[in-house]
Design a protein around this ligand. Structure first.
Ligand code: 5GP
Ligand code: ZN
Length: 135
């Protein structure tokens, strides 16, 4: 049996609540949602994370993320959305099959994004830019 839980879900070997499927991509509800409609969008093929996925597969996943955001805006009336990918140990990824979270946001949903709750670091932008632009 495939050890990857999301591969098993993609193959229909594990129960899930799918909300969209095409040839290469599956979207299903997160079983421990932050808000109503919290959805995971995955490539059916196994890629570990953002370091591993190829451009074509990423484009297919992102295109479904966009389609679902437009759909959810209409259907559940979300007034905002957080799109999230955690990659790698220090990215605090827990399931090592690439996925993008769609986290619908609503007025007063009481969800404080971690990204808003931490202090920023000092950074020399000029030297950072130089480093990031070198090959
Ligand atoms: P990560 O921390 O890797 O970005 O997110 C993994 C997400 O997958 C979590 O939000 C978690 O609730 C969800 N998850 C883990 N196992 C399962 C599962 O078996 N089924 C579903 N639907 N979601 C899962
Ligand atoms: Zn997998």
């Amino acid at each position: 049996m495939d050890p990857c839980i999301f591969c098993r879900i993609a193959q229909g070997m594990e129960p899930s609540y799918p909300v969209f499927e095409n040839k290469h991509v599956l979207a299903f509800l997160d079983n421990n949602p932050f808000t109503q409609g919290h959805t995971l969008v995955i490539p059916k093929r196994h890629y570990i994370n953002m370091f591993d996925i190829d451009e074509e597969a990423l484009e297919e996943v992102v295109s479904v993320v966009h389609l679902l955001v437009k759909r959810y805006e209409k259907i559940i009336g979300m007034s905002g959305v957080d799109i999230l990918n955690l990659s790698g140990v220090d990215g605090q990824q827990t399931v090592y099959h690439f996925h993008i979270h769609i986290i619908p946001r609503f007025p007063a949903d009481n969800l404080v994004s971690w990204i808003k709750s931490i202090p920023r670091v000092e950074s020399d932008l000029k030297s950072t830019q130089k480093k990031l632009m070198s090959d």
